[in-house]
Design a binder for this molecule. Structure first.
Ligand code: NAP
Length: 248
């Protein structure tokens, strides 16, 4: 079988890195994309099937740059994982315009134009787009102090459902994986101290029916599985991977 080719944005850390390792372990070829060369190189270290590209998904032209790099390296594109994401805690009264635009650009605009740039290659391969959203975006509950982040993730799920219908005639599937609380260190990258992040994880773990927060590998399994060609009859689904938290 021809090895498949996978682009993973935010593939240098956390869920993206775990997904890159899982795709590579099953024989796929991966391009990990992010803004920090050292993180990407660490993710690729010891993995012949993983290459790296430094790119900022928020920049105009980033989609073309990323897809061209994947095609140049591997000659085809089977899976696009829109995983790069960012969030900034703030109540409405304290919303910062730059931080708001950064979240919209990273979590929504970037994925849209990367997917657009990938369409022809994905069509040629009968490929799949996996958008990584968030289980918090699934219900009707509000999330005080985090409205922009969850609005972007809810909108990303609407991208998934809408693109699934638009792209079905071209043979491209589109799904969302919606992780629950996952211990990737993301809390510290969005402004919490290490102690605050640990306390946040412990507090949430008490509410999770399966009794613990997720590991990046728990989520990566679902990303690789939903992208598997054997799952060819699923499109437009938003799959919660949250230990049951969104049901409580
Ligand atoms: N951890 C959780 O509890 C959780 C829960 C629900 C959903 N999620 C979602 O899961 C995804 C992965 O998160 P994670 O927890 O694994 O956190 P993470 O390790 O912080 O991953 C985010 C990745 O995105 C990259 N990134 C951010 N902005 C970028 C940009 N403009 N261009 C290119 N790459 C960019 C970051 O790398 P650089 O900074 O080097 O660019 C980083 O590798 C995110 O979409 C997140 O919203 C996480």
């Amino acid at each position: 079988m021809t090895p498949r080719t996978v682009i993973i944005t935010g593939g240098g850390t956390g869920i993206g890195r775990a997904a890159a390792h899982r795709f590579a372990a099953q024989g796929d070829r991966v391009l990990v994309v992010g803004r920090t060369a050292a993180a990407l190189e660490a993710a690729a270290d010891g993995h012949d099937r993983i290459r790296t590209l430094v790119a900022d998904v928020t920049e105009p032209g980033a989609g073309e740059k990323v897809v061209e790099a994947a095609l140049r390296a591997y000659g085809r594109l089977d899976v696009l994982v829109n995983n790069a994401g960012t969030g900034t805690f703030a109540p409405l009264a304290k919303l910062d315009r730059d931080a708001t635009q950064q979240q919209l650009a990273t979590n929504l605009v970037g994925p849209a134009f990367l997917a657009q740039a990938a369409l022809d290659a994905l069509e040629a391969a009968g490929g799949t787009i996996v958008n990584v959203s968030s289980a918090g975006s699934l219900g009707i509950q509000g999330f005080p102090d985090n409205s922009v982040y969850w609005a972007t993730k809810a909108a990303l799920n609407h991208f998934t459902r809408t693109w699934a219908v638009e792209l079905a005639p071209r043979g491209i599937r589109v799904v969302s994986v919606a992780p629950g609380v996952t211990d990737t260190g993301i809390g510290e990258r969005v402004g919490m101290s290490a102690d605050e992040y640990r306390a946040f994880l412990d507090r949430l773990a008490e509410r999770i029916p399966l009794g613990r927060v997720a590991t990046p590998e728990d989520v990566a399994w679902w990303i690789t599985t939903l992208a598997d060609p054997a799952g060819r009859y699923m499109t437009g689904a938003v799959v919660p991977v949250d230990g049951g938290l969104s049901l409580t």
